[in-house]
Design a protein around this ligand. Structure first.
Ligand SMILES: [Zn+2]
Length: 152
């Protein structure tokens, strides 16, 4: 049975896209504006690439204007809630400083420890609007961009 599960996981195609609603984007804008100029982070939960909920997690990086580190207790609580709700952890999101790079940093890539979980990067403008929104699949040092579909 275990072999079957592993085989199915291996044969499953990678998620072709991440689907978000404009409601989620509004949430990101609010979250980013509340923490400006610091980076924000959190989880996106859902099923089959469709985001149904957003869980912000406090950023406790020593220099939160140029990196993020999730507060462990909240991270653990969110993972438990996702499991209880039967939702997949679809993505970890984080923002970059206003008008910052729209590429993942080497630290972002090195710290990505869940290959099956996408990384969503949000780069705001100076006024807190979304300038760039990109999703990536990270497996070791292999990074590939994933399409994002925003629906309203
Ligand atoms: Zn980053």
């Amino acid at each position: 049975m275990v072999v079957m599960c592993d085989l199915l996981q291996y044969l499953m195609p990678l998620q072709p896209e991440l689907r978000l609603s404009t409601r989620h984007l509004d949430f990101f804008v609010g979250h980013i504006c509340s923490a400006m100029p610091f980076e924000v982070c959190g989880f996106l939960g859902g099923v089959g690439g469709e985001v149904t909920c957003v869980f912000p997690v406090p950023n406790i990086a020593p220099e939160p204007a140029c990196g993020f580190f999730m507060e462990p207790q909240t991270q653990w609580n969110v993972m438990r809630v996702l499991s209880e709700l039967g939702l997949d952890m679809l993505a970890i999101y984080h923002s970059h400083p206003p008008c910052g790079s729209n590429e993942l940093s080497s630290i972002d890539i090195a710290n990505a420890c869940y290959p099956e979980v996408l990384s969503l990067l949000i780069v705001p403008t100076a006024s807190g609007k979304i300038a760039h929104l990109r999703a990536f699949s990270i497996d070791g040092l292999r990074v590939s961009e994933v399409s994002i579909v925003v629906w309203s």
